[in-house]
Design a binder for this molecule. Structure first.
Ligand code: OXD
Ligand code: MN
Length: 602
């Protein structure tokens, strides 16, 4: 990728310096180290955004799309070696290796700072250093956190403006107290070389340094780095939860509303579920979105309340269509930044799965900038191509998305992408059993991170790449939170991806997932039927509302059922996973494992 030169903005833009001396000193220190041509203090205003878009277009960092088809939207092509999160280069730098635990790459903080300072030395020569003030969370929430990100990438600034509440609002919230809590994030593209790509977290310092990448999950430091890795560390210390979860509202025709939080691994349908449109049969039911990726939850009056700390969606594009997710399609129809999708000859964006009827363009420019036709071997859009869009574009946005106190959570769902073994839905017997369901969930890997795709791996609570401390302590924290809840959410596990013997998906998914959601709500309302099984409460076929659904009865029986042989392997897999963590798993979860095995023998 061509590096953009320094820019000198017209007066009134790029000079929003905060008064807080701690921020000024830190920026000074980073500027001395990186030696930028100039410093641009972002205020998040429309004028500033227009200026940065104009400069990005001049530098070919963005391409303008057909403004009639996708108004105020742009396409960015990243370096082909830089298209996903890099878990192998992501580090948690705690004073001891034990604090980072068995699931994180650890590196010693002192040595890591020295190495990163070496890489950052002079890294911004000839470039502009942008300072981005932002908050995570609604402005009046007690959970809201302030962050500052330094970056030499305009693409990062443009994305952060969509993904966070950026500018003045953060400067005001921070105030002048030099001891206030705020996150220090430093990002430099360096030369986008995978050999010099490190995403490092220093939880004790509330600091992040990310170098060598321009990909969203590695560089929008508000998201995976602050809201999850550092967030989970702070959450444990401060008694709340930072989770890789969507949050949705479900309202019945009578106006009764519940909120549900659901943890699925990356690229496993969180955005689709958060924006679900109920099928016609569910006339009068409404699903609304609070968040599509991250939930911060606190205990109040014995209940769990959740906020979405983000302000936008950074979603996977391929597969998104008016059939699979109409609300996402409407959201990304304007004011959206696209990364690594294909460009059609009439200046529109395109990707695999955009037209479920198979009608695609006869010619396009693919995500690498090459000619593409339907006969090409390569995909037109990268499998991890993304949209960045403001959450306010979503027609189904929940009316309480700005509520600082959060929304009360009635149910928590864990789910993975599993071709076998795990039924469509089951309910935990109680909180500790629910924590066990989360701790033992597994899922096929996806293109959201570099590495093999389609390999089943254990991904506890969908937090394997995002838990910023020892996973054993994280499990214990979940168990402890449960002890403070007098009115805990019910906990469920779902699997939309189970396949039959011929390899076909057994469940239609997408909007039809409403049928599962409805059963979950029925269970919360204590009106839904269920059968006790060794793995938890299972709906029988008549407990699910399947009216007007074109599905074979045999498929229903298969997807709701459990195969005892498969579960013997599954339980052995749980044990193996817990053993692989080297003795950090709380006793209470080991007991859950024993109890699960025993229930199969009853
Ligand atoms: C994401 C991810 O981008 O989980 O949300 O990778
Ligand atoms: Mn995610």
């Amino acid at each position: 990728m061509k590096m953009s030169p320094a820019i000198f903005p017209p007066s009134g833009i790029g000079d929003a310096r905060p008064a807080n001396q701690a921020v000024l000193d830190w920026v000074d220190e980073i500027a001395k180290l990186t030696e930028p041509e100039n410093i641009f203090w972002c205020d998040g205003s429309d004028r500033e955004n227009e200026f940065l878009i104009g400069e990005s277009l001049k530098e070919n960092l963005l391409s303008k799309l057909n403004q009639k088809k996708v108004p105020r939207s742009y396409l960015h092509r990243s370096d082909p070696n830089d298209v996903a999160r890099v878990e192998q280069f992501t580090f948690v730098c705690t004073p001891t290796k034990e604090e980072a635990g068995p699931t994180n790459n650890w590196s010693e903080p002192g040595e890591t700072y020295t190495k990163l300072r070496g890489l950052l030395k002079g890294a911004m020569r000839g470039r502009t250093l942008f300072v981005i003030p932002y908050i995570m969370g609604p402005p009046d929430s007690p959970l809201t956190k302030v962050g500052f990100e330094i970056t030499d990438s305009k693409y990062v600034v443009l994305n952060m403006r969509i993904m966070t509440r950026m500018g003045e609002i953060a400067v005001k919230r921070l105030g002048n107290d030099p001891n206030a809590e705020w996150n220090r994030g430093v990002h430099s593209l360096l030369d986008i070389n995978p050999e010099r790509r490190f995403i490092c977290h220093f939880p004790q310092d509330n600091a992040i340094i990310s170098v060598g990448s321009g990909y969203g999950g590695n560089v929008l430091l508000s998201k995976k780095c602050l809201a999850l890795r550092i967030g989970s560390y702070l959450a444990r210390k401060q008694g709340w939860l930072a989770e890789h979860m969507l949050i949705l509202g479900v309202e019945s025709p009578e106006g009764k509303k519940h909120y549900v939080a659901a943890a699925f691994p990356s690229a496993c349908g969180k955005t689709n579920f958060a924006m679900l449109i109920p099928p016609d049969h569910f006339k009068g039911w409404k699903v609304t979105t609070v968040g599509d990726d991250i939930a911060w939850m606190q205990v109040r009056d014995g209940r769990l309340y959740a906020i979405n700390p983000e302000n936008g969606y950074f979603g996977v594009v391929p597969g998104t269509s008016y059939k699979s997710n109409p609300n996402a399609m409407r959201s990304i129809a304007h004011d959206t930044l696209y990364t690594n999708v294909a460009l059609t000859d009439d200046g529109d964006v395109w990707w695999e799965g955009k037209d479920p009827d198979g009608s695609g363009p006869a010619h396009a420019i693919d995500w690498r900038g090459n000619d593409w036709t339907p006969n090409s071997k390569e995909k037109a859009a990268h499998p991890n191509s993304r949209f960045t869009t403001p959450m306010r574009n979503n027609p189904a946005i929940d009316s309480d998305v700005e509520k600082g106190g959060g929304v009360p959570i009635s149910a928590i769902i864990f789910g993975g992408r599993r071709g076998d073994t795990v039924p469509l839905v089951h309910e935990a017997f109680d909180w500790a059993h629910g924590v066990y369901l989360g701790a033992t969930m597994a899922s096929e890997t996806t293109a959201a991170a570099t590495g093999a795709v389609g390999k089943v791996r254990h991904d506890p609570m969908a937090m394997l790449p995002f838990c910023g401390y020892n996973i054993g302590d994280y499990f214990q924290h979940w168990l402890d939170i449960g002890k403070r809840l007098t009115n805990p959410p019910l906990i469920f596990n779902v699997n939309w991806f189970r396949k039959g013997v011929t390899g076909q998906f057994l469940w239609p998914g997408f909007g039809e997932n409403m049928r599962v959601l409805k059963w979950i709500i029925d269970r919360c309302e204590q009106t839904g039927g269920a059968l006790k099984s060794p793995i938890g409460w299972l709906p029988s076929p008549h407990d699910l509302d399947l009216a007007e659904l074109d599905i074979d009865h045999k498929c229903v029986a298969e997807i709701l059922g459990i195969d005892h042989e498969e579960w013997q392997k599954e339980i052995a897999g749980h044990k193996e996973f817990f053993d692989s963590l080297g003795g950090v798993v709380p006793e209470e979860l080991l007991e859950q494992s024993e109890q699960l095995a025993a229930r199969f023998k009853e």
